[in-house]
Design a protein around this ligand. Sequence first.
Ligand code: CP
Length: 307
Amino acid sequence: MFKEKFSEGIISAKQFNREDLEYILSKGREMITIKNSNILNGKILATLFFEPSTRTRLSFESAMYRLGGNVIGFHSADVSSFKKGESIADTIRTVQNYCDCIAMRNPLEGAAKLASRFANIPIINAGSGSGEHPTQALLDLLTIKEESGTIDGLNIGIVGDLKYGRTVHSLSILLSKFEANIYFISPKELSLRNRYKAYLQEQKVKYKEVTKYRNILDILDVLYMTRIQKERFIDQEEYEKVKNTFVFNEDDLEKTKDTFKLMHPLPRVTEISPDVDKYTDKAIYFKQTGYGLALRKAILAELMSED
Ligand code: CP
C-alpha cells in the first residue's frame, strides 16, 4: 500500500497521513535492529546532490548498501552536466534509465516536485532550497517516538531559522498529524512563513510563536534547535544581525525536565555549545543521525523492494 501511494516518491511531508506515519515509523523501528539484508539486491539508487550534504547523502548511500543495493550519483552541481546548462527535467529523464529510485537535493524550492513530473521512478526530496526536507522530518519523528516513547501530548519547541529552515517546515507539517503542542521560537524576521502557519491552522494544530526559549524551557519535552541558514540570506548584513540569537548551553540544560530531549538536524554552527554534548541522555542530536539511517533504510525498502 505504501509503495502504491508513494509510487511518485516522497516530495512533501503533506503526502503523509497519520496512518502512513505510524506505518513508516514502525518500519523504521524494525530497521534499527536489522543491520544488513539483501532485500534491495540488484536495485540502484541515484543520489543527485546539487547542494552540500554530509548526513542525508551518506545515510541514503549507507542505507542502500546495508540493504544489498548499489548507488550511483554526484555530490556537487559542479561535477554534473548542470554545469554545462542541463535542466533538471533532462537530468531526470536521463538518470531514470540508470536506476530504480532517485534521491535529489537542489537549491530550488520546487525542484523535487518538478523532477517527479518527468520521472517514471520514485523521486525522494533530499532537501529542496528553503522549502522542505521530508525524510529529515520523518527521522526526527522516529527519534522523538523512540526516545520519548510518544509524540502525542508532548510540548515541542522548534527554535532558530523558521523562515528558511526546510527541516522545520517538513517537521511542522508532520507534527500536525499528532496531538503535540508546538512552540515556534525565532526572531521576528525569521518566523515561520504564512503558508505553513495557514496549513497548521487548517489542521487545527495548537501552536504558539515566541521569541525566547528560556522562559519555556521548564515545560518543554523536546527542543529542536536549528542553524540560521546563512546561505539563504540575500543580504549578509541581515545574517550577521541574527546569527548568534540563540546559543543553548549547560546552564539551559539544568532548567529542563529530567526527560527533556535536545535535538538538531545538524550541521550546527554556534547554536548548541559543545559543552552540552556530554549530556547524552538529553543531548540526542548524534543519536538522531543514527535513526536517520534506520528511517532511510525503511523508506528505500518500501519504495523499491519487490515483496
Ligand atoms: N540534516 C541534514 O540535512 O544534514 P546534511 O545537510 O549534512 O545532509
